[in-house]
Design a protein around this ligand. Structure first.
Ligand SMILES: Nc1ncnc2c1ncn2[C@@H]1O[C@H](COP(=O)(O)OP(=O)(O)OP(=O)(O)O)[C@@H](O)[C@H]1O
Ligand SMILES: [Mg+2]
Length: 321
C-alpha cells in the first residue's frame, strides 16, 4: 500500500495502457505488440518525464502479469561503471528463461544516448547475442545520437510533451484524490512551467500541496522559481517605452524574489519577445538574436547580471529605434 509520504510521480504512475495520457500512436502500436504476445526491439525517444519508462513498465505488467518483476530488467546505460556492467547484468539476466508463456524477457535500458559510439557498438552485439531470449527497449532523449545499426534493429517511437488538455486531466485527477483546489490560472501556470513534462507537473503539485490545499498561480510560480509571465511582459513594456531603469528594476526584483538564474530568465524573455504587441517582426528577430548571444556568453561563464543588463540595454535600443 502506498503511504501518505509517497512521492506522487510513483503514486500516480499509470499501470495500464488506458491510464497513459497522450502518446496515442505509440500506445496503440505497442498495445498491439502486447496483444500478439510478441514484439521487436523498441527505441523510445523524447524529452524527460513524458512516459517512456512508464510505458515500458506497463508493457511488462501486461505481458507477464504477476510475474513481471522476474521478467523485466531496468538498467541505466549512463551508469558511470559503463557498458561492461550493462553487458554482465544482461548476461546474467538472459541466462535463465522467461517465467510463463512469453518466450522472452524484457530489458529496459535508459539514457542510451549517453553511451559513446564504441559502447553503442558493444550494445549492438549484446542485443544480437540475446535476441532469442530477450527484447530490448532502449530509451533516449535524442534518437539522432543513437548509431544507425541500433536504430535499424529497433522500431522507433517518438514521445511528445503532453498537450494542455492532457496535463489538465492529470492535474484534475490528482487534485480530486488529494483534496486540492487548483484554479484554472494555476493549471495554466503548471502547464507553462512544465512544458508538458508530467514528472515536473506532479512534483510541483506535490510541493505546492505541502504549502496549501488551495493552489494558485502565485504559489506555482514561486515554487517553480519562474517569473510570472505578466512581470516579464511588463519588463519588456518598459524597455519598449525607453525606460531602461524601470526595466532593470523589474529584472532585479524577479531575479531576487524567485531566485531565477540568468539563463532561466533569458528563456522566458525570449519566449515573451514574440508576444510583444505593436513591434514589427524584424525587431522581434533582433531581440531573439540578442537573447541567444547573451545566453551563450553566460553558459561560457560571463557574469549573469552584467549580461542581463547589457541585454536589456540592447532591447531598449532596438525597441526605441
Ligand atoms: N504519458 C503519461 N501519462 C500519465 N502520467 C505520466 C505520463 N508520462 C509521465 N507520467 C508521470 O510522470 C512520471 C515520470 O514519467 P516517466 O518515468 O515515464 O518519464 P520518462 O519519459 O521515462 O522520463 P526520463 O527520460 O526522464 O526517464 C511517471 O511516474 C508518471 O507519474
Ligand atoms: Mg525514464
Amino acid at each position: 500500500m502506498i503511504g501518505e509520504s509517497s512521492i506522487w510521480t510513483e503514486k500516480y504512475r499509470p499501470k495500464t495502457f488506458k491510464e497513459v495520457k497522450g502518446q496515442k500512436d505509440v500506445v496503440s502500436k505497442v498495445e498491439a505488440f502486447v496483444k500478439q504476445g510478441n514484439m521487436p526491439h523498441l527505441l523510445f525517444a523524447g524529452p524527460a518525464g513524458i512516459g517512456k519508462t512508464t510505458l515500458s513498465l506497463v508493457i511488462a505488467r501486461q505481458m507477464y502479469g504477476d510475474e513481471w518483476r522476474g521478467n523485466f530488467l531496468e538498467l541505466n546505460a549512463s551508469d558511470e561503471r559503463g557498458i561492461d556492467v550493462v553487458r554482465n547484468k544482461v548476461k546474467d539476466f538472459a541466462r535463465t528463461r522467461a517465467i510463463g508463456d512469453v518466450p522472452f524477457k524484457i530489458i529496459y535500458l535508459d539514457e542510451c544516448d549517453a553511451l559513446t559510439k564504441e559502447a553503442q557498438q558493444a550494445l549492438r552485439r549484446t542485443m544480437e547475442n540475446y535476441t532469442q531470449t530477450c527484447r530490448f527497449i532502449l530509451s533516449c532523449n535524442y534518437s539522432s545520437k543513437i548509431i544507425d545499426p541500433i536504430q535499424s534493429r529497433c522500431t522507433v517511437f517518438r514521445f511528445k510533451p503532453l498537450a494542455r488538455e492532457e496535463i489538465a486531466h492529470i492535474i484534475e485527477k490528482i487534485a480530486k484524490d488529494e483534496g486540492l483546489h487548483v484554479d484554472a490560472k494555476a493549471e495554466e501556470a503548471l502547464f507553462l512551467v512544465s512544458n508538458g513534462d508530467v514528472r515536473r507537473v506532479e512534483n510541483l503539485l506535490q510541493a505546492c500541496a505541502a504549502l496549501e490545499k488551495k493552489i494558485t498561480e502565485d504559489v506555482v510560480y514561486s515554487i517553480a522559481s519562474y517569473a510570472k509571465p505578466k512581470e516579464v511582459a511588463q519588463l519588456l513594456e518598459h524597455a519598449k517605452q525607453g525606460d531602461f531603469p524601470g526595466a532593470k528594476k523589474i529584472l532585479l526584483t524577479v531575479m531576487l524574489e524567485y531566485g531565477l538564474s540568468g539563463t532561466d530568465i533569458i528563456k522566458q524573455l525570449q519566449a515573451a519577445c514574440w508576444q510583444l504587441s505593436g513591434v514589427d517582426d524584424r525587431k522581434k528577430l533582433e531581440l531573439v538574436k540578442s537573447c541567444g548571444e547573451a545566453e551563450f556568453r553566460m553558459v561560457e561563464g560571463a557574469d549573469e547580471y552584467l549580461q542581463l543588463e547589457a541585454l536589456l540595454a540592447s532591447f531598449t535600443l532596438t525597441l526605441q529605434r
